[in-house]
Each structure stands twice: as C-alpha cells, then as structure tokens.
Design a protein around this ligand. Structure first.
Ligand SMILES: [Zn+2]
Length: 249
C-alpha cells in the first residue's frame, strides 16, 4: 500500500477491527451498484471514497432536473447525460484509484448473471420490483451477498442477504406479484431519507466486504422519519420460496 493510500484511508485504517488488512480487502473487492439515483448516489460515493477496488455502475436512465433534489452524485451540468456516466465522472474526481465500469442499458437486457458472478457484493438501489427480483435471483444463483434499500415519502427500509444456502432472500420478503411499484415520481420523497438508507447500505457493504462487525443478514430495518423511529424485524426464509428454497440444504 502506498503512502498516499495510507493517508487517504488513515481514518478507517485506524479502526481496531479494520486496519490495513481491511483496506486491502476493500481494494481487492468488486461491487455492483444497481441504480445511480437517490440511494445509489450516497452508496457509490461512500464506497468510492472508502477505496473499494472496482465499482460497476448500472443505470439505463439519464439525469433529469427533477432528480437533483436527492440524487446528489449528479450535478446540474450533467442533465441529459446517462446517470452511469455522470456518476463515473463524479467518482473519478473523488477517488482516481477506483476502477469504474459503467453499464448503461437495463440490467434485464444485459447479462445480469455474468455481471453478478463477477463481483463480491451487490447493492440494490433501484426503484422497481422487476429489477429487484432479477438482481436477487442472480445473487442467490451466484452466492453473492445483496444489500437492499428502498425509500419513499418519509419512509425507508434496508436489509441484507448473505446469498448463502439457507436464505432468506429478497423474494422471501416479497413473494412475486405481491407488490405494486410505488415510485418517488408519483409519491414524493424527502431527500435526506434516501441519504440515510443509502448510508446504511454503504455501511453494511463495507462491513460484509471486510468482516467488520455483524452484518444485517436476515434482518429488516424500517424507518419512519416522520416520527424518527426505527423498527427491526427478523426475516424468516420462506420454505416455498422459488428462488432460495432450491439452494437450501
Ligand atoms: Zn427466498
């Protein structure tokens, strides 16, 4: 590790259970960020700043003026540019040591299993169930951990899945067809609420990649920001889950 790296990451290297070994684990890691919107913005910025070695930035959309209230990785000058490219520019300026890969088409059109199999962890920061289910299935198939977040209005939720046999997985939480997409474009969202949830996703990603602390595996945190109250629920694996039950021992 170079002197510049030791200095850049000194405040986390100082952490007793992190150290140089933790930093080297981050540098050796590849992470997929699905969606560079309100959640993906803080997620990608924190992970790049922390020194994750390779970030795959997936978003098929372009930056719109109405995004800028909460999608803080994008700037006014980037309106009209693909979000993945806008994010790449911001992250390269933040930390030139991180390898940045962009995926500008829908993940459903891309070869999602290949992309997921090539990373150590996936962060679901998207806004629709179709992508969430597809990402979850690819993570279970590849045995890759998944950190999932969502926020709308003044509410947020965040959870993590190990990707290992025994579940649970995202599909256990939302049996297919059970959900209707509620989007921020129709329901509104308070900007810092996505920041809170995205920050927790980034924290969990760093913990899982470095072995720090205890991951949020199998627990769901629910935030009510109107009352500023958290609830924590344990997520049981669904024995009839079509995605993770087949991998269960
Ligand atoms: Zn499942």
């Amino acid at each position: 590790m170079t002197d510049a790296e030791l200095l850049r990451y000194s405040r986390q290297i100082l952490l007793p259970d992190f150290g140089i070994a933790g930093q080297e684990r981050l540098r050796a890691s590849g992470v997929l960020v699905v969606g560079l919107g309100g959640l993906g913005s803080p997620v990608a910025m924190y992970l790049a700043a922390a020194g994750v070695g390779r970030l795959v930035l997936a978003d098929f959309d372009a930056v719109d003026l109405s995004n800028l209230q909460r999608q803080i990785i994008h700037t006014t000058a980037q309106i009209g540019r693909p979000k993945a490219e806008s994010a790449r520019i911001a992250l390269a300026a933040l930390n030139p040591d991180v390898e940045l890969v962009t995926v500008k088409r829908s993940l459903v059109e891309e070869t999602l299993p290949d992309i997921v199999a090539g990373v150590d962890l996936v962060l679901d920061c998207c806004d629709n169930f179709q992508t969430r289910f597809a990402v979850n299935a690819a993570c279970v198939a590849a045995g890759v951990p998944l950190v999932s977040g969502a926020a709308i209005r003044l509410e947020g939720q965040v959870t993590a899945f190990s990707g290992q046999p025994g579940g649970p997985c995202y599909q256990c939480l939302y049996p297919r067809d059970g959900g209707i997409d509620e989007t921020c474009s129709t329901n509104g969202v308070l900007a810092p609420v996505v920041g809170i949830i995205g920050s927790i996703q980034a924290t969990e990603a760093i913990k899982i990649l470095t072995g720090l602390g205890e991951p949020l595996f199998g627990r769901l945190l629910l935030l009510d920001a109107a009352l500023m109250q958290w609830r924590s629920l344990r997520l049981p694996a669904d024995p009839s889950c079509p995605i993770c039950s087949v991998t269960r021992p």
